[in-house]
Design a protein around this ligand. Structure first.
Ligand SMILES: Nc1ncnc2c1ncn2[C@@H]1O[C@H](COP(=O)(O)OP(=O)(O)OP(=O)(O)O)[C@@H](O)[C@H]1O
Length: 616
């Protein structure tokens, strides 16, 4: 019940509907109990005593009762439907709001499918239960209590005899639910595995085809389809086994009632009307017994769904505004990392004693092999995670003391993997700003070298792009993402391998555009291409979370280290390379030992991330 107590804030404001739904159902049930009595009256007082003039009045009374019952059932449906939907609406909004503010740490572990099922299936279970299930459980109790009370008041002996099979029926119903429920769960699981296979197959169709793995995919699907079929056959088997048993037990009590009741009518201990009334009442008792397992299961299911929803609603927010968090007013864009050491949960540090000073308008380049910690630097800059050792500062203020929204609104990031919303190109570019004109959008697109290809599309800026920007090349998607970042006109711009999917010429053009628009803004560039970094004011080379080299392009070229090794590979045939190689040869001949730490790192080549390229 604790779950429902915690869910109270969501359904208690609708308590009028809650009690209204229960009351209407109870009244409809009570009116249903009038029928057996009417039958009894009809037989004993009207037919037996030949008072046929009472028939029209009785008929009219039946019409009134039936109409009232129908009206209360309608009101129950109306109240229950509104109640369930309003509660689901409040919960859905609360869940979605919470999902917006949950930290990156939460999403590192969250599974999309699981979250989606909380937002859909679990919420639906709660909607049904709060709207109807709860009232139905109360109603079952009312039907049992009133039905039995009436039967006992007519003839306690007949009532007791008829009840003989009830415990067996209740036991079978609970057992049936105990079997069918796991079977249904397995059917659902099997269906979800099968649909996941189909979904993955469709999204990964290029990979499947490029590896010529169609036969493998067909076999994989056939196995899952077979599994789904077996699960379904299994659950139909359970239905087939238990339903006749329940049917027999239910009808057995009817047989007992008619047999024993018939004798009682003959020996005059009850009237024929009493027997007919009991015959009608018995279904009032059998019905709830039959559904007992379903109601118990419905209750436990909803409790489990409620727990899953509450788990998200009450989830700890790792990164949130402190009570004294201040909004940023004037921002210069001076970024500092002061001896930051950071580890992801339950992992070795991804960054050791990292310091950085980026004055306003400076360009910082980050280079390093895969997993060296470059993205981590950016994540900490965005305050995706809270730093526990050291400090990250903006204009001399610890970023933990700033309001997250006002702080992040100063930063624009273009990520390695481009995500486009399923909307028009225009909306995708305008995403980061509220009031934006078409001119702003076009200006940003021009700077990102996206305007030309967008203009060539039949629908231009109104072209719809899918969730993953299907229909556009990786480079085109990246250019839209760059335009989206530029339109925000941020104080800090982060390009996390942002130009990896465009050719070198376009990259060069885009960077020329950056130079124009980013004047006076602090820029962080993560890149695998030396060409993207060489104009940076400071280039930081990372290896396994440690800074192994830092300086300007020319300074780093003079040193024997990862930077120059990378340069050598990327400019293998260039004239500059000859000079660099000659210098290195001289250094080596002179016996100058190379930096041992550097030699551990792998030189970074253009193709160090082939899989990302493919994915795009
Ligand atoms: N969200 C995360 N949760 C746990 N560990 C992570 C997470 N992100 C990164 N790491 C780990 O932290 C280390 C640094 O990763 P990071 O992504 O910063 O490297 P990177 O230099 O940006 O690599 P790449 O060039 O491949 O993007 C790696 O060992 C990685 O496995």
């Amino acid at each position: 019940m604790d779950v429902f107590r915690q869910l109270k804030p969501y359904f208690w404001p609708e308590k009028k509907l809650f009690f209204g739904a229960i009351a209407c159902l109870a009244i409809a049930t009570a009116l249903g109990l009038v029928y057996p009595n009417l039958l009894r009256y009809l037989i004993d007082e009207v037919i037996t005593k030949k008072q046929f003039d009472l028939v029209p009045r009785l008929a009219l009374f039946v019409v009134v009762v039936v109409s009232m019952k129908g009206m209360f059932q309608f009101l129950h449906g109306l109240c229950g439907g509104r109640l369930g939907n309003r509660v689901a609406y409040h919960l859905r909004n609360a869940l979605y709001n919470k999902l917006q503010y949950l930290s990156f740490q939460y999403y590192d572990q969250a599974r999309t499918g699981d979250l989606m099922s909380r937002l859909t299936a679990d919420l639906e279970a709660i909607r049904q239960f709060i709207g109807f299930g709860f009232a139905q459980i109360l109603n079952v109790l009312l039907m049992l209590v009133f039905g039995m009370a009436m039967m006992f008041s007519i003839s306690w002996k007949l009532a007791l005899l008829t009840m003989i099979t009830m415990p067996f029926l209740a036991f079978t119903a609970v057992r049936f639910e105990g079997k069918i429920h796991p079977a249904f769960r397995m059917v659902r699981q099997s269906l979800s595995t099968m649909t996941t296979a189909v979904q993955e197959n469709i999204t990964g169709v290029r990979t499947v085809k490029s590896f010529a793995r169609e036969p493998h995919e067909i076999t994989k699907f056939a196995e899952r389809n077979e599994d789904y079929k077996s699960m379904n056959i299994g659950s139909s088997g359970i239905w087939a086994k238990y339903f006749p048993i329940m049917e027999i037990l239910a009808n057995l009590s009817v047989v007992i009632l008619l047999g024993a009741g018939g004798y009682m009518v003959i020996d005059g201990s009850i009237s024929l009307g009493d027997l007919v009334a009991c015959f009608s009442l018995i279904w009032y008792i059998i019905g709830p017994m039959w559904g007992l397992g379903f109601h118990i299961n419905n209750f436990t299911q909803t409790k489990a769904s409620g727990e899953k929803i509450l788990e998200v609603l009450h989830h700890y927010m790792h990164v949130k505004d402190s009570d004294t968090a201040a909004a940023l007013t004037k921002v210069d864009g001076h970024v500092r990392f002061d001896h930051v050491t950071f580890a992801y949960p339950e992992k070795q540090p991804a960054l050791y004693d990292f310091s950085l000073d980026a004055p306003p308008g400076s360009v910082i380049g980050l280079l390093g092999s895969t997993g060296s910690g470059k993205t981590t630097v950016i994540s900490l800059l965005m305050r995706a995670y809270n730093v526990k050792e050291g400090k990250v500062m903006l204009d001399g203020k610890d970023i933990r003391s700033l309001q997250i929204e006002s702080y992040r609104s100063q930063i624009s990031t273009v990520f390695q993997e481009t995500f486009l919303f399923s909307s028009t190109i225009r909306n995708n570019i305008a995403y980061g700003r509220k009031d934006v004109t078409m001119d702003d959008i076009i200006r940003a697109a021009k700077l990102a070298k996206a305007h030309d290809f967008i203009s060539e599309l039949p629908e231009g800026y109104d072209t719809l792009v899918g969730e993953r920007g299907l229909g556009l090349s990786g480079g085109q998607k990246q250019r839209i993402a760059i335009a989206r970042a530029l339109i925000k006109d941020p104080k800090i711009l982060v390009l996390d391998d942002a130009t990896s999917a465009v050719d070198m010429e376009t990259e060069h053009e885009i960077q020329a555009g950056f130079g124009e628009v980013m004047a006076g803004r602090t820029t962080f560039i993560i890149a695998h291409r030396i060409s993207s970094l060489k104009h940076a004011d400071e280039i930081i080379v990372l290896d396994k979370g440690r800074v192994i080299q830092r300086g300007k392009h020319q300074e780093l070229l003079q040193q024997d280290g990862l930077y120059r090794q990378t340069y050598d590979i990327q400019y293998a045939d260039g004239p500059q390379n000859q000079t660099a190689q000659n210098q290195a040869a001289v250094t080596r001949e002179e016996g100058t030992s190379a930096d041992s730490e550097v030699s551990e790192g792998n030189p970074i080549t253009h193709s160090s991330k082939p899989e990302r390229r493919l994915a795009n």
